[in-house]
Design a protein around this ligand. Structure first.
Ligand code: SF4
Ligand code: MG
Length: 323
């Protein structure tokens, strides 16, 4: 199975004053398979959003490779990237920031359909655009009358439906959603997560779903990648990773969630703040905070390796599976 998206040893570094270097994405490899929902979790500042933006070439990586449907798009010039843009879309956390308050919803949704030619290379006639707009409203569960209204007339949840409609306008294959429900009331979150899940099934979409809330990730993801300081430290099927975390960091994250949701008997408590992503590092990137750390951890960086089928971890001393 060709991955829809593949990242090979991807790095994104930023040069800061006084010679410091921020390694937001630090040599990360990952495959996203067609039709899956890959949850990407980690504390804020771990590089999730930067990674999401690099995946879609909304930010340029410093090194490494990005393959979309097997094709290397790492250095594809913007004018050639334009033809691929419709296939890869992003949904952001803040539902209002992405919507120009002075324009009607119909206008906002029509924009991508006007800017990008149809797959046959022609401009879409107004009638085709109008038909697509009502289709989109239907897909995201809003009445067609919504097209005549302005963003402020909608609730946060409805605005996020509008953003999703806009991301879907050009029938993408890959959608990267960056904390798409974090700003919403808890009661609305589940509805939007369910909408994402329904749309995936209906339209055969593939998602990378970025979140810090494990309950949300658990609800929607078939696999989960746990990120810490720019790298994936654990990756596997959602239930395996969240119920039987092998990495002490994942165990600490899951322990912060009520045990009725996810829990692990060996869950250690996370000590201190994450070290600065600009600090020089040797050994395991988690060793300063790790309750399991041993001498080897300060010297040798653990590689992400397969622990059991469908479950990989970057730790010299992975936790045993729970009962
Ligand atoms: Fe902890 Fe060592 Fe594993 Fe790193 S390699 S997570 S420091 S036990
Ligand atoms: Mg973020």
């Amino acid at each position: 199975l060709t991955p829809l998206l593949e990242l090979r040893d991807l790095r994104k570094t930023y040069r800061l004053p006084r010679g410091r270097v921020l390694r937001a994405v630090d040599g990360l490899s990952l495959r996203v398979l067609p039709g899956e929902t890959l949850g990407l979790v980690g504390e804020s500042g771990c590089g999730k959003s930067t990674l999401g933006r690099c995946m879609l070439r909304l930010a340029d990586p410093s090194s490494g490779q990005i393959l979309f449907e097997g094709r290397d798009i790492t250095t594809l010039p913007e004018r050639r990237l334009r033809a691929l843009r419709p296939l890869m879309q992003m949904v952001f956390q803040d539902s209002s920031a992405a919507l120009n308050p002075r324009r009607r919803i119909g206008d906002l949704l029509a924009e991508p359909l006007r800017v990008h030619p149809a797959p046959d290379g022609r401009r879409r006639p107004a009638s085709v655009i109008a038909a697509r707009l009502s289709e989109l409203m239907d897909l995201v569960g809003l009445p067609v009358q919504a097209l005549e209204r302005y963003p402020h007339e909608f609730s946060g949840g409805q605005r996020q439906r509008i953003n999703i409609a806009r991301a879907l306008a050009l029938t993408p294959r890959l959608v990267v959603a960056d904390e798409p429900v974090s700003a919403l009331d808890v009661s609305v979150q589940a509805q939007i997560v369910n909408l994402f899940a329904d749309l995936r099934r209906e339209l055969g979409l593939t998602y990378v779903f970025i979140a810090h809330d494990l309950a949300v990730v658990r609800q929607i993801s078939s696999r989960v990648a746990v990120m810490y300081l720019g790298a994936i430290v654990e990756l596997g099927e959602t239930d395996g990773v969240l119920h039987h975390p092998a990495h002490p960091y994942t165990a600490a994250l899951t322990a912060a969630v009520p045990r009725a949701v996810v829990g692990h008997p060996h869950a250690p408590v996370l000590r201190g703040d994450a070290p600065s992503p600009t600090a020089p590092r040797t050994g395991c990137r988690f060793h300063a905070r790790c309750p399991q750390a041993q001498a080897r951890c300060a010297q040798e960086e653990p590689a992400l390796h397969t622990l059991r089928p469908g479950h990989a971890v970057a730790c010299h001393f992975p936790l045993p599976p729970g009962p």
